[in-house]
Design a binder for this molecule. Sequence first.
Ligand SMILES: Cc1cc2nc3c(=O)[nH]c(=O)nc-3n(C[C@H](O)[C@H](O)[C@H](O)COP(=O)(O)OP(=O)(O)OC[C@H]3O[C@@H](n4cnc5c(N)ncnc54)[C@H](O)[C@@H]3O)c2cc1C
Length: 413
Amino acid sequence: MIGGGAAGLFGAIACAQSNPDNVQVTVLEAGANPLAKVKVSGGGRCNVTHACFDPDELVTHYPRGYRALRGPFRQFQPQDTIAWFAQQGVTLKTEKDGRIFPVTDTSQTIIDCLLDAVTRHQIKLYTRSSVESVQPVPAVLDDASTATQSGFGVQLKSGQRMQCDRLLIATGGHPSGYRLVQSLGHTLEPPIPSLFTFNIADDDLTALAGVTIGTVRAQLDVPGAKPLQQQGPLLITHWGMSGPVILKLSAWGARLLHDCHYQAKLRVHWLATLTQDEVRQTLLTAKNTWCRKAIATACPVGLPRRFWRYIIRRSNITDHMRWADLSKPLLHQLVQTLTQDKYIISGKGVFKEEFVKCGGVRLKDVNLNTMASRRCPGLFFAGEILDIDGVTGGFNFQNAWTTGWLAGQALGH
Ligand SMILES: Cc1cc2nc3c(=O)[nH]c(=O)nc-3n(C[C@H](O)[C@H](O)[C@H](O)COP(=O)(O)OP(=O)(O)OC[C@H]3O[C@@H](n4cnc5c(N)ncnc54)[C@H](O)[C@@H]3O)c2cc1C
């Protein structure tokens, strides 16, 4: 196995578990420590998977891979992840939003669990062992004209050479892994970022950094493409916008946004649980019942106080204006701001909690029942090196567990 991340180690364990007496598993990891991303994941808590147990629904959380993952999820899905960790003595808990974490709230629990399994199954794990190149080894048969491949020669950066019968590449989004798979005849979908925040140059907005709005519907408009819509909580940041709704849009719009250099328009309905008509009615009721109150201090739609003031100013309503003074055009303007607010996206920021790339090994060149290469016999893939990525919430690790498990089972037989 090349890569000691979630996918590589889970693949190694699945392989050793599937055929304990007949396989010898070795993992080569470039870094000083395996599972480095697991360590920092989920803010140090590791969002292991998501409480979504219907494969047909689960795939809808994967902008790349939603068709391809249906079969793999029928074989190994979040329920299986929970059961696997439970068998190893690790209890997971589900949070209100469906994200699943170890009850200990520390990613070290997941690391310890995987490394214990590595030791128990006598898997050889070599760190500081960066693989530089891989060569298929031809098997010379009696009749030399029918020579086939019988394994791989693996060249390490250190100069050391190793041999294996079968090979799993699970190097995540690392460029050296991409070079390896290309040298073995695979084509890559160009790797570009997914899951990022939107930069918006609006000082009044960014002054509200830290404010979260409960349920927002946001529409991304990229020239020449169908608008993309998502719904969920939105977080205002020092540079613009983040939070689940923005991260989902960034994932689904990753290629479109990349192609337009992250310059696009965003339309926001700040009160997504209400229709435009219901918003208008609510404001009219406030006008009739709160006539003496200042609009800026009496919010009828449950928005955070500072944010409501911002919306008021954006609608050209002064801080001292009372509800009774709200003219028809200003009411219309306020409804528009609350339901059709417009922003210009001027760039992207990094979502530090979970940075993921889209792109990677083209899926049509992979047998998705076994994760075996269709181009190179004996070669398998798992994890983020594949052209699969999910939205935030534990879906990216689930891809690592599922594809690692399938590859491991196939490698073991
Ligand atoms: C900060 C952060 C937080 C995240 N939090 C979450 C979360 O909470 N939940 C979630 O679902 N997802 C999360 N993700 C995404 C998740 O970490 C990845 O999807 C997942 O780690 C992919 O696993 P992988 O094994 O495919 O790749 P990786 O974890 O990237 O592992 C690949 C391994 O291969 C090694 N390697 C690379 N090239 C070579 C080489 N040539 N030779 C030998 N070894 C090599 C690397 O050193 C690395 O250890 C987070 C990502 C980041 C960056």
